[in-house]
Design a binder for this molecule. Structure first.
Ligand code: ADP
Ligand code: MG
Length: 719
């Protein structure tokens, strides 16, 4: 029995040693099964069992091609340093040195041993410390040269590395150089991913086709695709890496741009019902104010689109309070005047309610029948509304995602409006559009209060036309913003009282709903009750947050809008759209918890009437970056400037929600950071389209395939 086991163990060791001897790391990775192609599932790779396959899938990695497009998030500089004496303190570095004497292991306590040694070169000595790695005593031989890589610490003249990785000098090339660092998921190690990538690279790098034609590459000094993929994973030098990144970023931006341009072309081939009858007086006659110039221009631009038999696809961008709702109302009116229905999608029930009320008032005189459709209505109410919609007895329906549900059909849907477009996916918009039936596409107006610098907007929403409301209605006094510490709270409460005494109303926004949420921050529920009972027993305090039932929320909001509440304690449910002109003070608790654009949205809830309004940001954060961010908000009321500041500080990421727009994700390029390259790519895309509109030239075939694949979510874009 025993011999049998020993034999097994022996043969196991022999196989391990044998493998080690014949597979010297980098050059010969674990034997790939024959004929790995870009489409080979990763499960067929050596070492990928069900567990690792699942972990890889979590990262979106299923095939060899996915793997090659999985770019490192960073690199370790393991290129050799000159000598020990110049090793930089508190940074990782690689150095070649001789082991000076046998290493010694001592036992600190149970389960904790430390092995120490000394390595030297002609400039000095390096102390080596290994915890729980006593095998290094046998691996490191006195008198021999090794390369050590690790974090360097300096104490006086002594330099030290803890748990460095090392290799005999002759073998360093295999693990040295510039080493990629990949984003990981649980169950995957850096070394495993590196090996997997090396396998994929050596098996199918030469199968990668280059979407960029040679002439274009030459003109823009771009390396080839295969060269770029090799170098981004295994750069030989930093310059090598730089060239690879530039090439791949260019490719991303170029392809995105080309695709968007084709989408626009495709839309121009679609049909829509034109709205030739347009009489705005039915709306303007009932407005208590004059339209701003910007509103007039935006309405004119939309009106011109709507007269055409091709679907409008327009993005209306305007800062909070710029008056986007009136523009939407004008479009709905035009639909009505041409016998069509309009649908207005809002991101929350609260907003749907409010928009329905506003639009009903705005369009009453013109004769539109305006209805609401939201998830929290009773089945009977919903049935009634959907029946009326299908029968054409409703002219404008305002709702949430409920508008997308199956039972909803329109008699003659001609226009779709979405508010806060970044919260709706392209798919959802398409689903709504499909409800118009037949071959006709509805006109689409998307509204956004998230200001995006124009170049970026054009890049991201290149398939949309852009209208800008860059002017606030007159008579608004800018909101005064103050950043205060906790110790001013008593004075703040006095200020709240003063505003209420003047007949005004106050918002107090908290980051959390209830105290089960991360502690230390104000929670609307508890804080609201405390304010009512302890601080403002004589004032009328209401509470609203996302976890309440829809009915409850509406009741509280309605009471606040009617002036029956003095103070409204809430979460960010009031962030977008809520409109109570009498409110003049916005207090934001734990302001450091919010992003700049979000704070700006919240601030936009006040200053909507003629009263001087205030925004008070409470924060005890001492983080200099945070304070800077909050001071930026206090100093400027320009949403576009703030958006740019936010972009710089937080990066584009979810800010743009590219994922939600259904556009391809950018893996490398960051839009705001690569503006020059972006412009170069835009120009190149324009030229490509001018010279070969449908991309039929032989040298454009790979490009055509790439763009079809990138935009597959949008359907076949070349037809
Ligand atoms: P937003 O662009 O944030 O959606 P709204 O459409 O809610 O802005 O309008 C904000 C407020 O300004 C509303 O109270 C609205 O009645 C008012 N408003 C809109 N247009 C004008 C205008 N031209 N003159 C004066 N007030 C206006
Ligand atoms: Mg709005």
């Amino acid at each position: 029995m025993k011999t049998c086991n020993f034999r097994k163990i022996f043969s196991f060791f022999r196989s391990v040693c044998y493998n080690k001897a014949t597979s010297p790391g980098k050059e010969t990775p674990p034997m790939p099964k024959p004929a790995i192609t870009l489409h080979t599932p990763l499960t067929e790779f050596h070492g990928v069992g069900p567990t690792r396959a699942a972990a890889l899938a979590k990262l979106g990695l299923h095939t060899a091609a996915d793997l090659l497009a999985y770019f490192p998030r960073d690199y370790e500089d393991r290129t050799l340093r000159e000598s020990i004496a110049v090793l930089p303190p508190d940074a990782p570095a690689a150095v070649s040195a001789l082991i000076a004497e046998p290493l010694r292991t001592s036992y600190l306590r149970a389960g904790m041993e430390v092995t120490k040694g000394r390595a030297v070169d002609h400039t000095g000595q390096l102390e080596l410390t290994f915890f729980n790695q006593s095998y290094v005593r046998r691996a490191l031989h006195p008198g021999q040269a090794y390369v050590f890589y690790g974090q360097v610490t300096v104490h006086g003249t002594r330099r030290q590395m803890t748990n460095p990785i090392f290799e005999p000098e002759g073998k360093w090339a295999q693990i040295g150089g510039i080493v990629p660092v990949y984003p990981l998921a649980a169950g995957l190690s850096q070394n495993f991913l590196r090996t997997l990538l090396r396998t994929a690279l050596s098996a199918c790098l030469n199968q990668i086709e280059d979407p960029l034609p040679p002439a274009l590459r030459a003109e823009h000094r771009l390396v080839g695709a295969q060269e770029a993929y090799r170098a981004i994973h295994c750069p030989a030098t930093w310059a090598d890496l730089q060239a690879a990144r530039r090439r791949l970023m260019f490719e991303e931006l170029f392809c995105l741009n080309l695709g968007l341009t084709y989408l626009r072309t495709r839309r121009e081939c679609e049909s829509a019902l034109p709205f030739p009858n347009q009489d705005l007086s039915a709306l303007t006659g009932s407005l208590p104010f004059q339209l701003t110039q910007a509103q007039r221009r935006a309405i004119d631009e939309a009106a011109a689109d709507l007269r055409k038999p091709t679907p409008m696809s327009r993005l209306l961008q305007g800062d909070v309070g710029s008056g986007k709702t009136v523009v939407a109302a004008a479009c709905a009116l035009f639909a009505y005047q041409n016998g069509c229905q309009a649908a207005f999608m809002a991101p929350t029930e609260l907003l749907a309610h409010q928009h329905q009320a506003t639009l009903k008032t705005l369009l009453r005189q013109a004769g539109l029948r305006v209805a609401l459709l939201i998830g929290s209505m009773t089945p009977a109410q919903k049935r009634q509304t959907t029946a009326a919609l299908a029968a054409g007895e409703i002219d404008l329906v305002v709702g949430t995602h409920a508008l997308l549900s199956e039972g909803v059909q329109f008699a003659r849907l001609g226009l779709v409006i979405t508010d806060e477009q970044h919260r709706f996916g392209v798919g959802q918009r398409a689903a709504l559009a499909a409800k118009s039936g037949g071959d006709l596409h509805p006109h689409v107006l998307v509204m956004s209060a998230t200001p995006i610098p124009r170049t970026l907007a054009l890049m991201l929403y290149g398939d949309l036309d852009l209208s800008l409301l860059n002017e606030l209605p007159p008579g608004r006094t800018p909101v005064e913003t103050y950043l205060i510490h906790e110790n001013k709270r008593p004075r703040l409460y006095n200020f709240v009282r003063k505003q209420v005494a003047l007949g005004r109303q106050v918002y107090i926004v908290c980051p959390a709903v209830s105290q089960e949420d991360p502690d230390g921050v104000k929670a609307a529920e508890q804080y609201g009750h405390a304010l009512q009972t302890e601080v403002f027993p004589d004032l009328r305090v209401g509470i609203v947050h996302g976890k309440q039932r829809s009915k409850e929320k509406q009741a509280v909001m309605a009471a606040f809008a009617a002036g029956d509440l003095d103070v409204l304690v809430s979460t960010t449910v009031i962030e977008v759209g809520v409109d109570v002109p009498n409110a003049s003070l916005m207090v934001i608790e734990n302001a450091d918890r919010f992003g700049l654009s979000q704070l700006h949205q919240l601030r936009g809830r006040v200053g909507r009437g003629t009263h001087q309004s205030y925004c008070v940001l409470l924060s005890d954060s001492e983080n200099p970056q945070t304070r800077q961010r909050l001071k930026t908000l206090a100093a400027t009321t320009d949403g576009f400037a703030l958006a740019e500041a936010d972009l710089k500080q937080r990066g584009p990421g979810d800010f743009f929600g590219t994922r939600q727009t259904g556009l391809p994700q950018l893996r490398l390029a960051t839009l705001e950071g690569d503006l020059t390259l972006l412009q170069e790519a835009q120009t190149a895309a324009r030229q490509t389209i001018q010279t070969d509109p449908p991309l039929t030239r032989p040298d454009h075939q790979a490009l055509r395939r790439r763009i079809s694949a990138l935009f597959q979510e949008k359907g076949e874009i070349f037809n």
